[in-house]
Write a protein that binds this ligand. Structure first.
Ligand SMILES: Nc1ncnc2c1ncn2[C@@H]1O[C@H](COP(=O)(O)OP(=O)(O)OP(=O)(O)O)[C@@H](O)[C@H]1O
Ligand SMILES: Cc1ncc(C[n+]2csc(CCOP(=O)(O)O)c2C)c(N)n1
Ligand SMILES: [Mg+2]
Length: 305
């Protein structure tokens, strides 16, 4: 199949939301948003973020959308639109590309975003770059810099699952299935970003590199410390099972495992929105601690370490 046939087959059945005034098919799309626009991009590279032996194409397509929309959620914006650039080897099976695009559309529907454009190229390995756009709808962005001493630190979504899934896959296993599924496609708590913003969240981010590492960004930008109270941390059963089977520390998966794309935020009061759970408190200082002590385990993911 040639490039333009491929584009037609990908874009023939795309439906869009009311904020799209011009969808796929021209040099650019047009959107009519009601407030300030948030824009974010994240890249997925074969061998770095996924392996084709581990991930069905559909999961890669879904993950590419999920990890980007979670950044829009983390700003307290309503996810609006997505563009997807895909580069892949010339000899890649066309079914792979079709399934990837099906995954993109499936996750767009789950996230409530419109696919409004993209790009295709050939490349030695599969690379996906997505840009996501969100509408603040009159709200202020929830940044990383608004945490103040005494605020409650809370999370919504899964923690530890994707990291446990990665270790499972690295050891050559495909089960337990739930953590593996979360590694292949994180379940982002869609809708919670706007809810947190409306409930007064003072800072927020999505957890891509591990809870402690990412909360460190809030500490740095807000000029505070954060203390995590491990008595408040639940260890999900499948995560505990992977830890036991691999001789690892289950708490380390939850605190330092990456790629769950849960949301973490600080709130000025104890009363949290439904679905959020308290994990700690903002303290004076400049770093994240665990039960009052520095964490001596591995920090979060670093692409260039
Ligand atoms: N190559 C780049 N050029 C310009 N800005 C960049 C570049 N890479 C990252 N940034 C910006 O730096 C900030 C932090 O980016 P980073 O990728 O660490 O955060 P993230 O996207 O939330 O996390 P993750 O990539 O782990 O999901 C963001 O504002 C991002 O737009
Ligand atoms: C094949 C394979 N090897 C390793 C990993 C683990 N991994 C890759 S990127 C990342 C952090 C988030 O990335 P980013 O900061 O780019 O969002 C993690 C934990 C994986 N998913 N697949
Ligand atoms: Mg990024």
């Amino acid at each position: 199949m040639h490039e333009f046939e491929l584009i037609s087959s990908i874009t023939s059945d795309v439906s869009v939301g009311d904020d799209v005034t011009l969808g796929i098919g021209d040099d650019a799309a047009a959107l009519r948003l009601t407030g300030d626009t948030v824009v974010t991009t994240d890249i997925l590279v074969e061998g770095v973020h996924f392996k084709r032996q581990w991930s069905p194409a559909r999961s890669v397509g879904r993950k590419a959308i999920a990890v980007n929309v979670s950044d829009v959620e983390a700003m307290g914006a309503r996810p609006s639109a997505i563009v997807v650039a895909l580069a892949f080897p010339k000899d890649l099976d066309q079914v792979w590309v079709a399934e990837f695009e099906a995954g993109v559309k499936e996750e767009c529907a789950r996230a409530g975003v419109s696919l409004v454009g993209g790009d295709l190229s050939s490349s030695p390995t599969v690379t996906v770059c997505v840009t996501a756009i969100g509408d603040l709808e009159g709200r202020l962005p929830v940044t990383r810099s608004g945490a103040r001493v005494g605020h409650v630190v809370a999370v919504t979504g899964n923690l530890g699952w994707a990291g446990a899934g990665l270790v499972t896959l690295q050891r050559g296993f495909a089960s337990p299935k739930e953590p593996v599924a979360e590694q292949l496609t994180p379940s982002v708590p869609y809708g919670q970003g706007v809810i947190a913003s409306d409930r007064g969240a003072t800072s927020m981010l999505d957890i891509s590199d591990g809870l402690l590492g990412d909360l460190g960004h809030i500490c740095e930008r807000s000029g505070v410390g954060i203390d995590i109270d491990t008595s408040l941390i639940e260890i999900p059963d499948p995560v505990a099972r992977v830890a036991a089977a691999t001789g690892r520390n289950a708490l380390a998966f939850v605190l330092a495992g990456g790629e769950d794309h849960a949301l973490a935020a600080t709130f000025p009061t104890e009363v949290l929105p439904e679905g959020w759970r308290r994990v700690g408190v903002v303290v004076s200082g400049d770093a994240v601690s665990v039960d009052g002590h520095p964490w001596d385990g591995a920090a979060g993911w670093d692409h260039f370490a």
